[in-house]
Design a protein around this ligand. Structure first.
Ligand SMILES: Cc1cc2nc3c(=O)[nH]c(=O)nc-3n(C[C@H](O)[C@H](O)[C@H](O)COP(=O)(O)O)c2cc1C
Length: 220
C-alpha cells in the first residue's frame, strides 16, 4: 500500500471532502490506498501518530474544504507538525484536493499555491492540486447525478498507474474557474426565487440565525 489520502474536513466521514476522496479512489486497487480522517487524529491529540503513518507511504493526498478562504484550522496545524518533522518526510510525493462552497474554483487557487510552496519547503515532490468549487452538495447528490464523480475516478485511475494528475481533467473539474457576466446574472435571478436560497435559509433557521442574516456587527 503506498497512497494515503487524508480527509481534512472537520465533518469527518460525513463530509464533502470524504465523498470526493471516495470518488478519487474508487477505480484504484484496494491494496494501493488507505483513507485516514484527520478529525480522528485531532480528537485524540495524535498528530505524531499520523506523521508516523505518513512515513510509511510514498504518496500522500491532503484533502480539505475552504473555511474562510483558507484551510480548516487543524489542517494548518497538521502542516505545522509536518514542517517540524520535515526531515522524516523528505522526498514524499504530495497532492491536494481543495474544494469550496462558492461556485468559482478560483477561490481555492491561493491556498493551492501555498500547498505547492509548502511541499517544496518541506522537501516533498509536488504532484499538484485538484481544485473544485460548488462542492457543498457533493455528499448529498447521488453518484449518478454527480457528473464529476467520473472525472475524479479517472484522475485517480491515472494517478495510480502514472503518479500524475491529468491536466485536462484538472481543468474540467475546476469549471467554472470564474463566473461570466451571464452566469452572475443567472445566479442573481435564481436568488429571487423561493428555492434559490432554500438550502442556506434552512441552515440559518436550524441554527437560529435566520433573523440575523443581514446583520453587520462590524459596521457600528
Ligand atoms: C466555517 C465555514 C467557512 C467557510 N468558508 C468558505 C469560504 O471562504 N469560501 C467558500 O467557497 N466556501 C466556504 N465554506 C463552504 C465549504 O467550503 C463547503 O461547504 C465545503 O464543501 C465543506 O466541505 P466539507 O463537508 O468537506 O467540510 C465555508 C464553510 C464553513 C462551515
Amino acid at each position: 500500500m503506498s497512497f494515503l489520502a487524508i480527509n481534512g474536513s472537520p465533518r469527518g466521514k460525513v463530509s464533502n471532502t470524504h465523498q470526493l476522496i471516495t470518488y478519487f479512489t474508487k477505480a484504484m486497487s484496494p491494496s494501493f490506498y488507505k483513507i485516514a480522517h484527520l478529525k480522528e487524529f485531532y480528537n485524540k491529540n495524535q498528530y505524531d501518530a499520523l506523521i508516523e503513518e505518513m512515513k510509511t507511504y510514498e504518496s500522500i493526498l491532503i484533502g480539505f474544504p475552504l473555511y474562510a478562504d483558507w484551510t480548516p484550522g487543524y489542517v494548518k496545524e497538521l502542516f505545522e507538525k509536518m514542517g517540524e518533522r520535515r526531515a522524516e518526510l523528505a522526498g514524499k510525493k504530495y497532492l491536494y484536493l481543495i474544494q469550496c462552497g462558492f461556485p468559482e474554483s478560483h477561490h481555492c487557487r491561493y491556498v493551492a499555491r501555498y500547498c505547492a510552496r509548502f511541499t517544496d519547503r518541506i522537501g516533498g515532490v509536488s504532484i499538484g492540486s485538484i481544485v473544485r468549487g460548488n462542492s457543498e452538495g457533493a455528499r448529498l447528490i447521488p453518484e449518478t447525478f454527480f457528473k464529476d464523480s467520473k472525472i475524479l475516478g479517472e484522475l485517480g485511475r491515472i494517478f495510480e498507474t502514472e503518479t500524475r494528475l491529468d491536466q485536462g481533467l484538472l481543468e474540467a473539474i475546476a469549471k467554472p474557474e470564474k463566473l461570466t457576466k451571464s452566469g452572475l446574472t443567472r445566479i442573481a435571478l435564481m436568488q429571487k426565487l423561493p428555492l434559490g436560497n432554500g438550502y442556506w435559509n434552512s441552515q440559518l433557521k436550524k441554527n437560529g440565525a435566520f433573523e440575523k442574516r443581514f446583520d453587520k456587527p462590524y459596521e457600528e
